[in-house]
Design a protein around this ligand. Sequence first.
Ligand code: XUL
Ligand code: MN
Length: 349
Amino acid sequence: MAKPKGQYRFSFGPWNIDEGADPFGPPVREPIPLQNKMKTAKKLGFDGMQFHDDDVVPDIDTKSASQIAKEATKIKTMLDSEGLVPEFVAPRLWFAPETIDGAYTNNSARLRAYAIDRTTQAIDIMNILGTTSMVIWLAREGTYIRESKVARKQVLQIRDAINAFLAYDPKIRILIEPKPNEPVDSAIISTIGHAVGLSYMSDDPMRVGCLVESAHSVLAGLDPSDDMAYALAHDKLWSVHLNDQGNMKFDQDKSFGSYNLRRAFNQVRVLEEYAYGRNGEWVGLDVKAMRTQKKAVGTKHISNSKQTFLYLLDKVTSLNTDLEAELIKARDYEELDRYILCHLMGKKY
Ligand code: XUL
Ligand code: MN
């Protein structure tokens, strides 16, 4: 008998429906307006949208505070009319000329001030959209060559930046999304362990948590479900970016489960078994369509990922955990391996 399942709500970001440009070639799909992306989200059964600050206010650096507020208010109205909730806002701290050599850890005090300023602006946008969650992916906080930055100082600079944001708005929560490399050679907050450690260094650890992205864990040579479990053990798994990744290469953002179904099963399992989502946490996707895809079918990676999650949820709740416990007791892990594979392949065991 299958056990009762948890209820999940799903989100993705506008960048997950993209034009297919890569470092070797130009866009291959026409851009889609934000409102149409919202309609797609709703149609595919998503309740939330994730945003970068400049997804909400394009060309943000050229705009005044009042212009930014006006444009953010427009997007808030759009979200309301489409019946969607904003999950988070993340400052895009890796695109501007000011952040070429890092944001909060730039060697220039003037450029570090830009990054802090840009982030507080993102907090203002969060308030207008109506979310208290800010995701920080520390894209260029790291090095291209080790000697260019002082590692210990970088950690403290990031801590100080986080403290400044906590003080700027006492309502917000910060979710650190670690990634070990790309675009930098070596990121300073590279794994979920680093992110959790940073949280405890902050002025208010209760307001600093984590977002685990499956592909980022794999890029670090780690198992995403173990990273999720680690963050859960600290009560700091506040969001996830489910996707997939074929080993340690460029960040692929493949559809969830498309590369390693068993690894995906174990992610769904850890979320389900530890009641993820019961405190409002979202199942976020961060998936990219293959460049081959034409515009008309450029959202299949999103619907497929959600469907795979739900199918795997069935696999989680229908797992014979009594049998599993027996096999664990007998320490017969070869048999347990066989049972798990049969279960995943839908074969009679
Ligand atoms: C980068 C990445 C980002 C963050 C949001 O690899 O995953 O899209 O999720 O800034
Ligand atoms: Mn991500």
